[in-house]
Design a protein around this ligand. Structure first.
Ligand code: G1P
Length: 270
């Protein structure tokens, strides 16, 4: 029986440079898909997966993000906020969360991704974790372009199952160097030994402290898994991903679906 996963960390201190100039004043996590900011979908996904307490690691310029979430009565009791302290990079907010997490496995979700699925994405990872008790990366299939955008996992031999062992990880390697076409997206289950691994990494070539470098260190020491997720993934932190998310959600919406289809047909026939 594996320990119950009760806590999640959502890093939200990033500047959102892919969404300039909007992000000069509006945090990228407040960018809406239809009528709801992306961060609300992410928080709701965590709660629907059975997570009870969520730490958002933020920065001082994003007060509006905290205000928005704290104003939603169903979400507020589950949320904690802290200001990110330390060097730039994805490892820092996780290390900052150490005292909140303590000594238990936990979930990490990135604050600008939408995953639409029958079984919420973090629940799929928790279900897989319950069988192994080892760190678990949420993975989707990608293409050559995706190898420049995502971390790519190395399953070493062709993967046969939904859940498979990962032996190495390359952050945005490009099509030539990518060990597979399986992309790790922004949903992880991690074990507390990640904190020690983060303390052992240095800055990457781009100067950032990358969580994915800590994954590579841990993979050398212990089993690490990937879980291929069922559902539709939208990288809302990019312009194209944001557009696709809005189109997909409009097409599926009871309120807007019919009119959205008519509008798109009209535009395409012009
Ligand atoms: C991060 C991770 C990367 C992952 C991606 C998913 O990159 O480092 O491994 O594939 O999120 O969105 P970032 O989007 O911060 O560049």
């Amino acid at each position: 029986m594996q320990p119950h996963i009760r806590k999640a960390v959502i890093p939200v201190a990033g500047y959102g440079t892919r969404f300039l100039p909007l992000t000069k004043t509006i945090p990228k996590e407040l960018v809406p898909v239809l009528d709801k900011p992306i961060i609300q979908y992410v928080v709701e996904e965590a709660l629907a997966s059975g997570i009870e307490e969520i730490l958002l690691v933020t920065n001082e310029t994003k007060r509006s993000l905290q205000e928005y979430l704290s104003d939603i009565p169903e979400l507020k009791p589950h949320l904690r906020f802290m200001t990110q302290i330390g060097p730039y990079g994805s490892a820092t907010p996780i290390l900052n969360a150490k005292s909140f997490i303590g000594d238990e496995p936990f979930a990490v979700l990135l604050g600008d991704e939408l995953f639409v699925a029958e079984v919420p994405r973090i629940r799929q990872l928790i279900n897989a974790f319950e069988k192994t008790g080892d760190p678990m990366l949420g993975v989707i299939r990608t293409d050559d372009a995706g190898t420049k955008r995502y971390g790519i996992v190395d399953p070493r031999s062709p993967k046969t199952d939904q859940t498979f062992r990962v032996f190495d990880f390359s952050e945005k390697p490009g099509p030539e160097r990518a060990p597979s076409r399986l992309a790790s997206i922004g949903a992880y289950i991690l074990t507390p030994d990640i904190f020690d691994a983060i303390n052992r990494i240095g800055p990457a070539a781009n100067g950032e402290f990358q969580l994915t470098d800590a994954f590579r260190l841990l993979m050398a020491d212990r089993p690490f898994y990937g879980c291929q997720l069922d559902g539709d993934y939208f990288d809302v932190g990019t312009k194209l991903g944001w557009l696709e998310a809005n189109i997909a959600m409009a097409l599926r919406s009871e309120e807007l679906g019919k009119e959205a289809v008519e509008f798109m047909k009209g535009m395409l026939s012009k």
